[in-house]
Write a protein that binds this ligand. Sequence first.
Ligand code: CTP
Length: 456
Amino acid sequence: MVKVITYGTYDLLHRGHIRLLKRAKALGDYLIVGVTADDFDKGRGKINIKQSLMERVEAVKATGIADEVIVEEYEGQKIDDIRRYGVDIFTVGSDWKGHFDYLNEYCQVVYLPRTRGISSSDLRSEVRKVKLGLVEDSVIVRKFLKECTYVNGIDVVGICTPELENLHPDFKELPLKTSCYEELVQNCDALYIASQPSEHYEQIKYALNQGKHVICESPIAMSAEECDELFKIAEERECVLMDAVKTAYATAYTRLMVILKSGIIGKIVSVDATCTSMQGFNPAQKNNKRKWNSISAWGPAAMLPIFQLLGTNYIDKRIVSLLADDQGSFDLFTKIDFLYKGAVASMKVARGAKSEGELVVTGMKGYAYVPAPWWKTDYFEIRYENSADNKRYFYQLNGEGIRYEIVDFLKAIECEYTLGSVSHEESKEICRVISDFYARRNFFSLDGKERYLTDK
Ligand code: CTP
């Protein structure tokens, strides 16, 4: 019996796939089809797959052409499969010509001509494209724009920024460049907002009221009440409102969260997160006003693992900051301690001080260690007293998580519900903590001049 094997994603199964499967089957007597798992495809940069792994497996099974359907989960699996199943022929479409010649060592490799004029990518982009507008010209917005090019179904149509004359060359090709926010909103279906945190509330409210979807750099508002109001409007207007915290979408981070929740390190007693970068307040520079302070720039990412592992119902907190100037709005360094029933947490953020940017989660059986910079890591360890029990985990990270954030935003728009990796509760608590910082609630100043203590 001649055994044939072929692999593919088989998203939105089309006639090109069917023709390939039929010809593959005709090469022998028994056909095995490997369907690529989502994560493996993410690793190769194919991240906007429309159907789930189960749907794609079912669709291939339903053709009745395959004798056996398997899932492809890891790099190098093809060699294992060929040996395990005693495969005689490996085949794929001619778009892969030459790519799998290394398998000739194990079996015969056949490239079949690809069917012209159809592909899953084409079918995916037939779905109406979301017209996206960018708000503000900054490093993160430039990264966001670049990541949009890796995702089907999104078309960046314009940018709005107060200083149009200094617009970065990356944005020069965009059809609409304006300093009028209303004009941008009018010309798009969705917005990515990365303006000053104090501008978010008004901008989001306006966009939602015009029926536009919004993804906004966290914090989305300056108080818990404003945040609640925005989510309410989004619900009424049937629009998506999402926090953009790229870490929340990084595969290693999301895996770490579920692994820890499964109890692998026992009951969690402490979460300690540090994020720092030296792009702080410089009294000699004029544009300090538009610079995000430490609590806004890093606070949301640092609070994320705390709230996602311990919840948002802490009993008490203490905010300690080193402020840059007398107005007190720019914190060079902030440390916040949270007290929970049975656990504690701390976050340290700074744009004017430096520390090790690691995440440590302490459990009663062991601990999780995510090395710096943990907010964009592809790696973490679960460690125990006996180091022989330690486990290491690696996950490919593309585009610092921004790419997956965009995919999630599009899915939320298409499916008309938010899948969201940051819950409303978490989003709201982030806003509350930042408003407490500005209101000097539960607040201590490090220079010893100020000392405020009021209840939450
Ligand atoms: N295939 C083909 N003819 C097409 C499309 C795909 O013969 N028009 C073959 C591929 O060469 C591969 C298999 O079908 O052997 C599965 O391809 P897959 O990558 O899942 O489909 P594509 O349509 O190529 O997907 P994408 O556009 O995302 O690359």
